[in-house]
Design a protein around this ligand. Structure first.
Ligand SMILES: C[S@@+](CC[C@H](N)C(=O)[O-])C[C@H]1O[C@@H](n2cnc3c(N)ncnc32)[C@H](O)[C@@H]1O
Length: 281
């Protein structure tokens, strides 16, 4: 799930919002002690995240197209439950899928178990930290999609770039996506409804004041049962990276940006850019 849905159904502009947003706090208070707060990628959150995963979206298509330029194995970093891994495998590529979360990787393994044996055989699943991995091999393409770079702090990003450079084949490319706010005048907080693959309807709250260095995403079931049963609420606060500064950081780390491709309309709240980088000469 890119967690970057566009159409807002409820919005609020308030200088006085709490860190996670007024609307999310109000909804949490309404549910009271039924709430079970979890992260987006842990045992409770991972199945909900996976339920909302989208496969035929501009980012997946752009990554599939980008890797066509060079044959060979692919490294999918922060692969999660396989939003990119599975479509890449379906095109006949060999893919190493690396992620930190046991729960997200369990969902990927379940999907692989259901996939044709030939596809499964081309996938290597690795539990590891994208900022310090040692796979003992190189790749013509390394991918870090879903704007997951923002999950790392500055030291983590520096370590990630070192690990990436150590695994890039000669002339190889590191592809990553970055999220910015495209609607400078938009609301601080939005709520959208989204239906998961299993039919569950969710409400996705996002608190992201323009110019803020982080945003908070909170996911509720839209229609929790009318009883006292627990309600799982997933929340995560993620950094927002400044694109020009990030490009400087990449250059200083030995990665040259060779192309920038906007994957969404420029004035959309979730403006996603695909960066292609290569080892600096
Ligand atoms: C936004 S999700 C993207 C998952 C998948 N690429 C997708 O599009 O659905 C971010 C993923 O990064 C993983 N992650 C977070 N920190 C990580 C780290 N330090 N190393 C590897 N994976 C990490 C999480 O477990 C999660 O699966």
């Amino acid at each position: 799930m890119p967690l970057t849905t566009a159409a807002a159904t409820t919005t609020v502009n308030a200088a006085t919002t709490t860190a996670g947003g007024v609307l999310a706090a109000r909804r949490t208070a309404e549910l009271g002690d039924r709430v079970r707060v979890c992260g987006l990628y842990d045992a409770l959150g991972a199945p909900l995240y996976h339920d909302l995963a989208t496969y035929d979206d501009p980012e997946t298509r752009a990554l599939l197209t980008a890797v066509r330029t060079t044959p060979g194995p692919l490294l999918d970093l922060a692969a999660g439950s396989g939003r990119f891994t599975l479509p890449l495998l379906a095109t006949g590529r060999e893919v190493t899928a690396l992620d930190l979360s046991t729960d997200m990787l369990a969902l990927l393994r379940t999907q692989l178990d259901r996939a044709p044996a030939s596809m499964r055989a081309r996938c290597t699943v690795v539990q590891g930290d994208m900022s310090r991995f040692d796979l003992g091999r190189s790749f013509p393409h390394i991918l870090l999609g879903t704007t997951s770079l923002s999950l790392l702090d500055e030291d983590g990003r520096a370590a990630l770039y070192r690990s990436v450079l150590a695994h890039l084949a000669e002339g190889g490319r590191f592809l990553l996506t970055v999220l910015e706010r495209g609607d400078a005048d938009g609301p601080d907080e939005t709520v959208v409804r989204a239906t998961g693959a299993g039919g569950t309807v969710y409400e996705l709250y996002e608190h992201w004041p323009a110019g803020a260095d982080s945003r908070t995403v909170t996911l509720f079931p839209a229609d929790p049962p009318q009883d006292d049963s627990p309600v799982t609420v997933c929340t995560d606060r993620v950094a927002v990276l400044d694109l020009p500064r990030l490009e400087e950081e990449l250059a200083a780390s030995g990665l040259t940006v060779t192309s920038r491709r906007l994957l969404s309309p420029p004035d959309e709240r979730h403006r996603v850019t695909l960066l292609t980088t290569e080892a600096s000469r």
